[in-house]
Design a binder for this molecule. Structure first.
Ligand SMILES: Cc1cc2nc3c(=O)[nH]c(=O)nc-3n(C[C@H](O)[C@H](O)[C@H](O)COP(=O)(O)OP(=O)(O)OC[C@H]3O[C@@H](n4cnc5c(N)ncnc54)[C@H](O)[C@@H]3O)c2cc1C
Length: 246
């Protein structure tokens, strides 16, 4: 990468290769991360589940380690795209891309995860700060993501019919010291919902967030759904996520 004039890392290629095919990106070099063993694998230690950046969505879905520690994460990975996508696309590619409609960012923010790179550790709250500002430096590699294991967690999305990207998705993480609620698909970037977090910290039940509205201003509006519809969906999937926590 240091030698390339304008290089790109290649993970699963399911975001990068379409860009190249449509001539929307013209890198000088592709650097395949696929052979780096240190970027793979999953382990639980000290209340944290750590997943290597090159772990595919299918590997997360089928992992006993993930199912035993944070089943909501395995369920989230199972709902991404289709089998071809899940067998190629990776956690690191999803995080580095930080797409506003991606599923994984909701889990990172909803669990308060830490992103480990080859240079530093970045809290999810400091990583997902908008679509326009790149948080990763030039050539910086996402190595792994460390997720705190919650008491309970669930992710529910309302998927678009073709891609299964969420029109709105909400990840709820309940911890001993509080509740985190992260919304993806609806805004320009994944974001937390402090009003829902406060309400659920007092009463962890779907009824506690009934009637809580999110402002329509600033939400995405496109051919799939209007901003008003997305604002409504956030409330619906948030209540479903709390109910799914059991
Ligand atoms: C048909 C289709 C349906 C999809 N549906 C969904 C969906 O429902 N939900 C969803 O969340 N996502 C969906 N995705 C996106 C998918 O889950 C991945 O987010 C996407 O493919 C990127 O991951 P990748 O491993 O393929 O990365 P790549 O395409 O290889 O790379 C993406 C970008 O990240 C960079 N990069 C990759 N890995 C690293 C790393 N470790 N460190 C630093 N930079 C890195 C690359 O240089 C590139 O710029 C879909 C994709 C497709 C093609």
């Amino acid at each position: 990468m240091a030698k390339a004039t304008d290089g790109r890392y290649l993970a699963g290629g399911h975001a990068l290769l379409p860009l190249l095919k449509h001539r929307l990106d013209h890198p000088s070099d592709l650097i395949d991360l696929g052979a780096i063993a240190e970027l793979k694998g999953m382990a639980v230690a000290g209340g944290m589940l750590t997943i290597g950046a090159m772990t595919t969505h299918a590997e997360v879905t089928n992992s006993d380690v993930v199912r035993a520690s944070i089943p909501a994460l395995a369920d989230l990975a199972a709902g991404i795209g289709d089998p071809q996508v899940r067998n190629r696309a990776t956690l690191g590619g999803s995080v580095a891309g930080s797409g506003p409609t991606a599923d994984y960012p909701a889990a990172l923010l909803g669990l308060g995860a830490t992103i480990h790179t080859d240079r530093r550790q970045i809290e999810a709250d400091d990583f997902f700060i908008g679509t326009s500002k790149p948080v990763l430096g030039k050539g910086e590699i996402v190595i792994a993501v460390a997720f705190p294991v919650p008491e309970k967690a669930a992710y529910v999305k309302f998927p678009g019919l073709a891609s299964r990207y969420p029109l709105a998705g909400v990840f709820v993480g309940k911890f001993l010291n509080g509740v985190r609620v992260a919304v993806t698909g609806a805004g320009p970037c994944v974001f937390r919902h402090p009003d829902m977090e406060r309400a659920l910290a007092t009463d962890f039940a779907p009824g506690a967030i009934e009637g809580l509205r999110i402002p329509v201003a600033g939400l995405r509006s496109d051919l799939h759904a209007s901003a008003e519809y997305r604002a409504h969906l956030v409330g619906v999937v948030a209540r479903r996520a709390v109910a799914a926590c059991g």
